[in-house]
Design a protein around this ligand. Sequence first.
Ligand code: ZN
Ligand code: ZN
Length: 837
Amino acid sequence: MTGLWPHQYEAADLAFRGRNVIISTGTASGKSLAYLTPAITACLDGGTILYLTPTKALAADQLRTLRELRITKVRAATFDGDTPFEERKWVRQHANYVLTNPDMLHRGILPRHAQWSSFFRRLRMIVVDECHGYRGVFGSHVAQILRRLRRVCARYGSDPTFLLASATASEPGAFAKRLTGLEMHEVTVDASPKGSTTIALWEPPLTDLRGEGGAPIRRTATAEAADLLADLVLADIRTLAFVRSRRGAETVALSARAKLADVAFSLIAPTEHGSLATGSSTTTNQHNAAPWEPKDPDHSPTPGSPSEPDHVPTPGPPSEPDHHSQVPGPLSAPDHRTPAPGPPDHHAPSRAASLTTPGEPVDEGGADEGDLPEGGSLGWSIPDASDWASLPDRIAAYRAGYLAEDRRLLEKALRAGTIMGLATTNALELGVDVSGLDAVLIAGWPGTRASLWQQAGRAGRDGRDALAVLIARDDPLDTYLVHHPDALFGRPVEAIVLDPDNPYVLGPHLCAAAAEIPLAEDDLPVFGDTTPAVLDDLVAQGLLRKRPAGWFWTRRERATDLADIRGGGGAPIQVVESSTGRLLGSVDEPSAHTAVHTGAVYLHQGETFLVEVLDLEAGVALVSSASPDYTTFARDITDISILGTQRSHALGPGTLHFGEVEVTRQVVSYLKRRLQSGEMLGDEPLDLPPRTLRTRAVWWTLPASAVAPLAEAGIDLGGAAHAAEHASIGLLPLFATCDRWDIGGVSTELHADTGLLTVFVYDGHEGGAGFAERGYARAADWLTATREAITSCECDRGCPSCIQSPKCGNGNEPLDKRGAIRLLDILLAQQESDTDP
Ligand SMILES: [Zn+2]
Ligand SMILES: [Zn+2]
């Protein structure tokens, strides 16, 4: 066991002794050694190992690691959708270290457990890697798949040890117990980044632009990222900028290149008149240091240089939109920090086209990148370091789908320093091996601390100081974080949440379990307390048959088809490109109303499409590739009724509740916001049917006696509750791993079911996903952070950084910022005196 760090030893030792353990540590802390050591030992001892990871890419990576160890007795193999049919039999019969994912376990391995009998009989350890990915509804599905797995193992007489590995999180042991249903030991170590990385928290300034209700609009995180990227590259600092969408990454790169082009002209132009020094000094003021002395002062710009991305033919698929030429935008974006005027036209008129500054995209909420590779092209060439005119070519964009050879080229250019700045989506996490960076820019909170540290961890080479900058987006959570560094550097408060008891998740897995091995009375505790009630329901629906020996699946179809483990339930809507018939993906029916309604701007793997029409009856959304100069946000009207209260406790003079609710939502219109500025462009009506959602919610009420003084003081109680609701939705992702788009809220001065001022926050998934429950458990901290986020924002009457919500069904009316603070004060001030004896 030499060579292991204490946390690795501790986890490995627990696993050796057959104890279930979760190791929750920072990135690059060597988690894999902690499980490889006991796993390989078990393998050499005649046992088998099942390794689970959320993605195929990680399984392939693990397989490489295992093969590099060259231990002949370890016969490792992946078993996933890509495994050729003829290899599958070999894996089942001979492999003793099988790497797979929950999807394959659910559909391929568990239903055919008899074919895996010799593997299951000897199964000694189950490694669940990167298990922080198993959150929300997906996590709840995985939790039930693991319970099915445990039952199948028991059938073959094995009782494998679980070894889980996750990024840092609050209460990892409790999470692991929920995920596996087993008692878990937890091993944690400090996750803060090593070495001397300076983390800067950057809040973009408010602009003169006005949004909804006349609220000031902040400069976008991507516009700030572009400026910082250009500045850092000019200062000779190798920088990587993480941007949420592919389009965002490309516009950041283009914007930064345009800024470098300005600088290049201001340096070169005087040379043409024989005065280089003057040109240099103008940049020195703005960028601290002139990075290079040009080796060849006579070198003049090459008009239409072939290295310009605009001129490089894109050999990608024909459907690939041309981001470079279609991105609209002003000739030069307004810039508050580096007011470098563009060069006069007469210097090089033929380059005017390449100077066009792309639009500054609004930070698209909820737009996540997929990791599926597809064809693509780099669209740049390696510049000559001595060439001033090629200064802009020192910045490039990278996204998923580049060909392997292009990636190698990019890695080489980064190592050589010919590329100094790279704007990317999180695709880089999987694609390119980038080392030797000085700085990382992160445009917008990446969602979890784990992702933040993973991205920040890219900076730093050879023990040199590194810089990571988190640039806040126009969002209450980002506002809170840049004002409260303790939330990033202190103990994690964000827990990985899931709800395995969700009946909409549990039901299909009980059917799958019954199809695997008929369910007996003794099996029920494995699946949780709600199992008997859900089984009764399944029998009533005719899905299962109850016989004296237990519950049986007797239908012809596959039971596993009932569970859509990565979807959100409901018949999916196919998203189809109208010109080519290409299927881009599917969106579950509830999400379709907000994500692919007619007229919506739809992002798919970072590409932008416009929805021509959503046909709910046909289950299709037809889209076309486009680059509109706006983004869209669906607006809905929502009603909520309480079905039952599970838990309650006093909160100040009010009461906090957790329970079941029915939410009726109707998407009624969508809002257009201009890309460059976030400015409102209008509200377009939509005709969509209402949907009902049975889910779980947390809600608080305040009695009339507590709020009457506020009303007397002229506070609009409805606006105050509404503002508090918006901000609290924005802040819940600090405590539960979810996105603000996973949850919804309703607030009212007087709710029919409570008869009181009430603010609800509910899980946006059928049956619940654990987010509201976590809010209930951490209510005092959550509402304190909500209050802090509102007070931290310097706006006067409310803005998107504090109390406005981009998906508000009421057009952000009414909102009362001061009233929200007063309401939260009443709830929380009393709270403190309650706990103070
Ligand atoms: Zn504000
Ligand atoms: Zn609202």
